[in-house]
Design a protein around this ligand. Structure first.
Ligand code: TA6
Length: 295
């Protein structure tokens, strides 16, 4: 595990060749490479990586609110998607299986990077509650796991939402289908309103921005040209956002590049965003996702 010269990012490699890179700004995973060197995450060519704005790509972390906050909610003063992705986290250290006496079941090695963010580390959260977040990024052969622990370190309970805003790198959006959500109703943010389950896999031929309600137990598979590319499994996250900005919205984002980059990305985002998680003072909540790179 290496900390960069400028202390801006942490990189970990496995002996089998897999690699993950995490920006301390937002604890944003900005690269996840398979053993063959293939990059699994989309990172805009115009993404800001200097902390001047949330990263356009990789896996931004959404907390404590998803989307534009409601002005008369406790999160009303926060930026869209909250403050976790635009705060500087601290690197807490690594745990790797090769250092343990018993490698994991498949005998492969894995490495877990831990990051922390607490209220005292942020000069103005514009959110009246105490919290301590621990975010773990675990790299193992073919898998990347991200887990968030939210600890209420204050004296009153509060509501929060959270989501991993994962930008997956693909070759051609027109060849993509997303399955596992056939039975899930969804909130359609492009058409407006709620929609019934489609009953078939999702394909993308225009701007898509949907919040699907799908039990955590349901795995999500992203297939390209009939070949399974990624599988996402979830823990404690009962929503899946599927987003592609398409042509106009991609053009409208100054930090989205190349202009036709919408063709080589799809956001499939595991989260708990359609309701509020209430956390008692002193309690902790944990949720996570595991993304398997299948090809
Ligand atoms: O996850 C989908 C979404 O909520 C879209 O509505 C779009 O706003 C996207 O997030 C990106 O948001 P950002 O604040 O990163 O520009």
């Amino acid at each position: 595990v290496l900390m960069s010269e400028d202390n801006s990012r942490v990189t970990a490699n496995l002996p089998t060749g897999e690699r993950v890179e995490v920006l301390l700004y937002g604890a944003t995973v900005i690269s996840w490479k398979s053993a063959n060197g293939k990059e699994n995450l989309f990172l805009s060519s115009k993404a800001h990586l200097d902390g001047s704005k949330p990263v356009r790509g990789g896996i931004p972390l959404v907390f404590p609110v998803f989307g534009p906050p409601n002005k008369n909610h406790a999160t009303g003063q926060l930026p869209q998607h909250g403050f976790a992705r635009n705060s500087r986290w601290e690197y807490l250290g690594k745990t790797s299986s090769e250092s343990s006496t018993l490698p994991n079941s498949s005998g492969d090695s894995s490495v877990k990077l831990d990051f922390g963010l607490s209220k005292s580390m942020i000069d103005k959260t514009n959110w009246p509650y105490e919290f301590a977040l621990t975010y773990s990024v675990t790299l193992s052969p073919k898998d990347l796991e991200t887990t968030l622990v939210v600890r209420n370190t204050g004296t009153s309970n509060y509501d929060f939402q959270t989501l991993f805003h994962t930008y997956l790198q693909i070759d051609d959006i027109s060849q993509i289908t997303v399955s596992g959500l056939e039975k899930a109703s969804f909130k359609d943010k492009v058409q407006g309103g709620d929609a019934e389950a489609a009953g078939e896999p999702i394909s993308i031929g225009s701007e898509v921005d949907r919040v699907y309600n799908a039990p955590s137990e349901q795995a999500i598979t992203i297939t390209e040209n009939g070949e399974a590319r990624f599988e996402i499994t979830r823990d404690m996250l009962s929503d899946v956002v599927v987003w592609n900005p398409w042509i106009e919205k991609a053009k409208g984002m100054a930090d989205f590049g190349p202009e036709d980059g919408y063709k080589s990305m799809i956001c499939v985002e595991a989260g708990s965003v359609s309701t509020w998680n209430n956390l008692e003072a002193g309690d902790a909540w944990e949720g996570g996702q595991r993304i398997k790179a299948l090809s």
